[in-house]
Design a protein around this ligand. Structure first.
Ligand code: EPZ
Length: 421
């Protein structure tokens, strides 16, 4: 297992290209099952979660190659319709194959995902969507057993906006008989990208980016080339890193419209941003001003930036409250940040952060992807050395993060971590 060794206190300066979006590439890969043939998806990040999804598609029978960020998926010879527990338990997004498998084979056997580090993450809305489209669903031996002689368009009203359930229903409904309307659909850019990909294949989806999406079923879809969107959470993570350490950094190859809420919060915290459609520069010096926030579905402040924001606020000049309205218990990073000297108290789904003058490096442990990111950020700002263990969590969602940070002047290295028995 690897660990990161970070010596804090170095400002970050320079220019960095943002990688393709993890949370768009995963549904895009699953959607390639809808149209037998050779698909090419550009700007796909080289991440553990991407290779897990590639492995799942290979089990289903596709040929998958990632070469220099272009993914080629040949989905002609798919014949197997199962997503096994061994894979799904490592990556919840495996559930994205449920809709495409039902659409293509009329049946699917997908393991129920386990919980994750911060608690249960149900898939009841995915199941509700498939049932509304006419599938029979059985939950048996920890698996979702789904069958559908024919998928028929329906009106589906979700109680909460769910990124995954919206994506799964869009894929299942793309070739269903008739029209599907999704009410309280997710508006995230990753879902818009998925809809644009399906439309490029010949699909007929309208209402993209709104909370009401309409899908007119078509008889077949064709394989296409497609450009993945940039990773808005990677961009937000790096902006918070610069805000914490000071310096001047320009991020390129991003879509600024995808993370306006993060820009607004950084400006409220006193940082200067220069924003253009595909580039943003941040000039950071001095401490952040305290900024309260609540996470929300797009275009609100993303829950995937909540941990990074808490790290930034731990050194702010005052106290702030950060509430996660999406996941009420996504605070495993707090205990580790406290080991670095952060003054944080969690009450319900709110972290109350009292800014301290400095953090002090210490050994800390990753528990999940975004918690790891928040610990890297804190280590970059802390005095002295921070050892961050179990960095396989970070490799799931950030491509070569230590190399990118080093290119900006950070003192961070990846080292072998002896397994303590
Ligand atoms: C996606 O997860 C992202 N993952 C998550 O990013 C992100 O945190 C989340 O959306 C919210 O933005 C991918 O895109 C691969 P949801 P997803 O369905 O689709 C509840 C990261 O760090 N819900 O939008 O699983 C759920 O409990 C990951 O990159 C149900 O109740 O999230 C949550 O409270 C972590 N039943 C809310 O909806 C369901 O069937 C939003 O979840 C599905 C969801």
């Amino acid at each position: 297992m690897d660990k990161f060794v970070i010596h804090g206190g170095k400002p970050l300066n320079g220019t960095l290209k943002i990688s393709g979006a993890k949370n768009a590439s995963l549904p895009l890969m699953a959607a390639a099952l809808l149209a037998p043939g050779v698909h090419r998806i550009h700007n796909v990040p080289d991440l553990r979660d991407v290779s897990t999804m590639a492995h799942l598609l290979r089990i289903i029978g596709a040929r998958v190659e990632l070469h220099e960020h272009t993914m080629t998926i040949d989905s002609r010879d798919c014949s197997f319709y199962e997503a096994p527990y061994e894979l799904v338990k490592t990556m919840r997004a495996s559930v994205y194959v449920l809709g495409p498998l039902l659409a293509r084979f009329g049946r699917a056997r997908v393991s129920l995902p386990g919980g994750c580090a911060w608690g249960p993450r149900p898939v009841d809305l995915h199941i509700l969507g498939m049932q509304r489209l006419g599938a029979q669903i059985n939950l048996q031996d920890g698996y979702i057993e789904a069958r559908a002689k024919e998928l028929v368009g329906a009106r589906i009203t979700f109680p909460v906006a769910s990124v995954g359930a919206t994506g799964n229903v869009m894929m299942a409904a793309a070739m269903a008989k008739g029209k599907t309307i999704i009410e309280k659909a997710a508006r995230e850019p990753e879902i818009v990208a998925l809809a644009e990909y399906i439309n490029a294949m010949g699909g007929r989806i309208t209402g993209l980016g709104t909370d009401q999406i309409e899908i007119e079923g078509v008889s077949e879809l064709k394989p296409v080339e497609f450009e993945n969107i940039p990773d808005r959470i990677e961009a937000g993570t790096f902006l918070c890193a610069v805000a914490l350490t000071g310096g001047e950094v320009t991020l390129t190859n991003l879509k600024s419209a995808h993370i306006g809420a993060v820009f607004d919060s950084l400006e409220r915290a006193g940082f200067n941003l220069t924003v253009s459609p595909e580039k943003v520069s941040i000039q950071a010096k001095g401490r952040a001003l305290p900024v309260d926030l609540r996470t929300a579905p797009f275009p609100g402040f993303p829950t995937d930036m909540q941990a990074q924001w808490i790290s930034l606020m731990s050194l702010a000049a005052g106290s702030s409250g950060i509430t996660d309205t999406i996941y009420t218990d996504r605070f495993t990073h707090v205990a580790e940040l406290q080991r670095l000297g952060a003054d944080i108290r969690v009450e319900g789904n709110t972290a109350l952060v009292r800014g301290v003058d400095h953090l002090k490096g210490a050994p800390v442990m990753s528990t999940d992807l975004r918690a790891s990111a928040s610990l890297i950020l804190a280590g970059l700002a802390a005095q002295g050395r921070t050892d961050l263990s179990r960095v396989y969590h970070i490799d799931r969602g950030y491509e070569r993060i230590e190399e990118k940070l080093r290119s900006l002047g950070a003192d961070i290295s990846r080292e072998d971590e002896p397994i303590v028995t």
